[in-house]
Structure formats: structure tokens, C-alpha cells
Ligand binder design. Sequence first.
Ligand SMILES: *Cc1c(COP(=O)(O)O)cnc(C)c1O
Length: 428
Amino acid sequence: MQFVSTRGQSPAVGLSAAIAAGLAPDGGLYVPSALPAPHHVQQGETVAETAADLLAPFFDGDALQEALPSICREALDFPVPLRPLGGGDYVLELFHGPTAAFKDIGARFLAGALSRLQAGKGRDLTIVVATSGDTGAAVAAAFHRQPGVRVVVLYPDGRVSPRQAHQLGCFGDNIQALRVAGSFDDCQAMVKQALADRALQADVPLSSANSISLGRLLPQMSYYAHAALVHHGQHRRRLNLVVPTGNLGNAMAAVLARTLGVPIGQIVLATNANDVLPKYFEGGAYQPQASVATVANAMDVGAPSNFERLRWLYDGDDAELRAALRAFAVDDVTIRATIASAHASGGELFCPHTATAVKVLKDLRAGGAKGDWAVVATAHPAKFEAVVEPLIGEAVPVPPALAALLQRPAHAEPLAADYAALREVLLR
Ligand SMILES: *Cc1c(COP(=O)(O)O)cnc(C)c1O
């Protein structure tokens, strides 16, 4: 299969080239030149097997085609349960990977793909990544000690949780953490500048691992496909989803999976106070804005980068796009209240991001929504203990993989929110 840019000004490339490049040369995002036919995945498969089936058409004819099943097996070797909450509500838990957030799945798949493409190349590849908290740790964990790859992670100093910061700085070896005196949007802009800097890349081959990367987007379809297919097999009903949304990578994967014929019903986006998407879906113009800091910090995004892909999927037709999705914003006070009441009434523990979706589903049910609905749990609450613990009045048990990372010493280098400073680090 060939991949083209959302902006239409770059030549079509194969999958490996699209994954290696990250962003297309014209600044657009890579998308398939045509969507594969609706897909019928078998019942009784593991998530990794569903992933390999669903992704096979995208890898057709590519250098990575043969390796696809093993890349899927390596990336998806932990459970992704759809846990019933009662009354037709479910929680799709995506946080059982090494850094306790859904980003482990895309990052590990990307690492499997890039390390295979990198094998035998003379020069090291530098992965430069901006993170609002969870991406950086997932990417660092996925690439840690992979030969031929260096990872440089930029995060907004003081705007990630203490445990997130610790995770980012705890790897060492081929992983370098930079704490930037600025916002996530500043970090993202600096990374984009580096990726567009041809002179720099003559000396330092670069790639990205942000949520624009096809190598992250495509595998994220697999957990939706697996959950919805198993659910449909058991209940003969489509699974509706509420997806906590920042850069729109996770939700875009759900929309793409539904387009490919996976039995997903409605898809509703939940954001924090960064409400660019709710405003658009209510009928306003798409108006990126500066991000504001919230307790759901991994969703503090003012210009969701995958929006361009969503528009592409609906041929730029705003009316059709608005008919396909809805979006609702949840403010910090309500996020906190949702975490507290879910714990008080049912003993449930949710991270602040997941809580946005829990609240949105509660409102949908109050408004008469029928059918089976899953909130997508994007991170383990133990990653955000500084928010969650005061609300519930007790400690959140730390999963073993996270505990192991927190035991390592951590170090991050301070950096000005200035491209020249980043360039210098990359040239080192
Ligand atoms: C990254 C992240 C999100 C947002 O996902 P997008 O793909 O950027 O929309 C939500 N929750 C958590 C915990 C995250 O780490």
C-alpha cells in the first residue's frame, strides 16, 4: 500500500518510508492512498493476532510485511481487558503495559518497526519526541537499549506529574530527557522545527515518535478492534466508545477502525478544559488555541495534531465529520469530583484523563443514551497519585512495572524553549 500526505504536496511512499519519516515533507500527515476493504477478523484471536490481521493490508508489499506478526506479538504482549462496570457500561483498560499508559502499545509497535528498518544501517537514528507526559516515557521504554537508536525527549518542566517526570528521566543509556521551560505546544513546535531542518539532518538523521506517526496510529486500532469484535461476538451489539482526547491519536485510531468495518457504534470524544474540539463539533470554526494546564495534563493540547487526518477521512466535509463524532469538555473541578464519586460509590479508581470520559458517559446516560458503552482508560491512576490520592483519601496501589521504574535514579537536563538550544543538544 502507498501513503500520501494530507496536504497533497508530497510524493506517495511505502509504509516503511512513511513510518521512518514521521511527518511528510510538505508538513502534512501520512494517510493511506486508499482504505482497505472492510475487514472480517476471526473470533477467538489474541489482540496481537487481531492486530496482524487488521494491519496486513497496510503492510502489503512493504519491507516490514513479513515481520508484522512478530512486531504485533512483541508490542501487544500484555492484557487489554474490556471490564464490565454493570448496566451496559464498560472500561477498556489500556494501561497494563510497562509505563502504565495506552501509549505503550503504539510506542512499542513503532520501536519494533523502526529498529528493524534501522538494522544494518551505519549511522544512529535520533528519535526526537515532545511529550505532555506519557508519550515520552512510553517511547523511552520502548527504545531503551535498542542498538542504533538514540531518543531525545522534551517535556514541559513542571507540567507533568512527579511520577511522569521520574519515568522520563529514569532510563539513561540511549535516552536523554530535556525539561523545557515552556508548554507542551512549545516542545511540539521545537520538535517540528528540528524535523524540518534539512541542514541538521545531514549530520543527525532524525525521526519522530509523536502521535502523528503512522507507526503509532495504526496499531492503536487493534485494541478497539479486538474489544469490539469480542463484544459483538458475545452480545451481537456494537460497542460505543468515549475516548479521552488530546492530540486525537487514540480517537483517530478508533474512527479508522470503525471505517474499516469493526463493529464500533458511536464514538464520543472527551477533552479537558482545552476545548478546541468540542467547539468545532458544536458547529464553530476549528480554531487552535494556546493550551491551558489541567489535572489531565496528557490532554493539555491546544492544536490537536491528528485533526488533519480526521478532516482527510471525511474529505474535508465538516458536516459529515460533525455527524460522525461528538465531543464534550470537562473542567478540572468536575474531573476531581468524578474521581472522588467513582471511588466513593463503587470503589473504582480512575486517572484524571479517564475521568473525563467517565463523566461524559454519565452525562450521555443521563440524557438517555442506550446500548453498550466503553470508557477508554488511558492511564493507570497510580501515575497521577498527586491528583487522585487527596481525592480518595488513600494510597493508590502502584503496579509492579511502574514501581520498578520509580526505583531507578532519574535525571533531566534543563532547556530553554528555544530551537537553537535544542539544535545544539541534537548535534552533540
Ligand atoms: C496521550 C494521552 C491522552 C490523549 O491521547 P491522544 O492520542 O493525544 O488524544 C489521554 N490520556 C492519557 C493518559 C494520555 O497519556
